[in-house]
Structure formats: C-alpha cells, structure tokens
Design a protein around this ligand. Structure first.
Ligand SMILES: Cc1cc2nc3c(=O)[nH]c(=O)nc-3n(C[C@H](O)[C@H](O)[C@H](O)COP(=O)(O)O)c2cc1C
Length: 133
C-alpha cells in the first residue's frame, strides 16, 4: 500500500476529527486543558507514537499499542494512550523535527513512565449486543 499517494489515501485525521467533534466535547476538552497544572502527558517523559503507513494499518497500530502497553506493564512501567496528542503528532513541522515521513499518520501516541500509583482495575460496562439470532 506504500505506493498510494498519501494525500489521496491518508487524509490528515486531525482535520476530519476536529470538524466532526461535537461542541459539548470541545467544551469539555477546553475546560480540561485550561485547568491549572493539567499535564496532558501525566508527567511521563516518554511518548511513543505508533504511525500507520496506510489507513488500513491503523487497526494494526492499535494491536501494536496494546502489546507495547502489556510489555511495559510487565516491566513495571505505566502507560496511557494520549489520543489528545494525535493532532500534534500529525503536524508537518513536528514530523519533520522527529524525522518521521510526512506520509505516515499518527494512530496511537502512548506515554510510558514510572507509575506514581497502581490503580485498581475499573469496572466494565457489559457489551451491547447489536444482533442476536
Ligand atoms: C484511543 C484512546 C485514546 C485515549 N486518549 C487519552 C488521552 O488523550 N488522555 C488520557 O488521559 N487518557 C486517554 N485514554 C485513556 C482512557 O482515558 C482510559 O484511561 C483508558 O482507556 C483505560 O480505561 P479504564 O480507566 O476504564 O481502565 C485514551 C484511551 C484510548 C483507548
């Protein structure tokens, strides 16, 4: 798939995402980010960003991200996906500074660091069955 023209097949997701973000979500984000002392990276000093070379690769990136998070946890580290930083990691000047090809698309940024605490697992919502025979 790498022969495909990125402008045609890898639209820059931040533009589409921002256009599609409902106003209440944007309001919530503005409030969150304007809180004094709020650190979008939760104090971690390492951000691993997994980039997709084609739109069809994005789901692979999520699988890679899960493996990264499991491996880091097994090594005693803490992780958190930072979807909020995806637009930043897709900025042409940021890619340029990092030496990342302009054609790839940031799929999943994940911070990795030494956890300040080991929170208990949260409860899970039951799955919603959309179809039952
Ligand atoms: C795609 C994706 C993007 C996320 N982006 C952020 C983010 O920008 N900032 C953040 O603090 N957590 C982010 N998270 C983490 C979630 O807020 C949540 O902590 C995580 O999914 C674990 O859920 P749990 O607390 O119910 O176990 C993201 C999670 C996913 C799956």
């Amino acid at each position: 798939m790498s022969h495909l023209r990125p402008t045609q097949h890898c639209p820059d997701p931040p533009v589409a995402e921002l256009a599609a973000t409902p106003e209440p979500v944007l309001r919530h984000l503005r409030e969150l980010l304007s809180q004094p002392g709020y650190d979008v990276f939760h104090g971690a000093n390492t951000l691993v960003t997994i980039y997709a070379t084609a739109p069809g690769d994005v789901s692979d990136c999520y699988l890679a991200g899960e493996n990264l998070m499991l491996a880091a946890t097994a090594a005693g580290l803490g992780t958190c996906p930072i979807g909020l930083s995806r637009p930043l990691m897709n900025q042409p000047d940021v890619k340029d500074e990092l030496g990342v090809p302009a054609s790839v698309v940031a799929a999943l940024p994940v911070v990795v660091g030494h956890p300040a605490e080991r929170p208990h697992a949260t409860t899970r919502n039951p799955p919603r069955l959309l179809y039952r025979r």
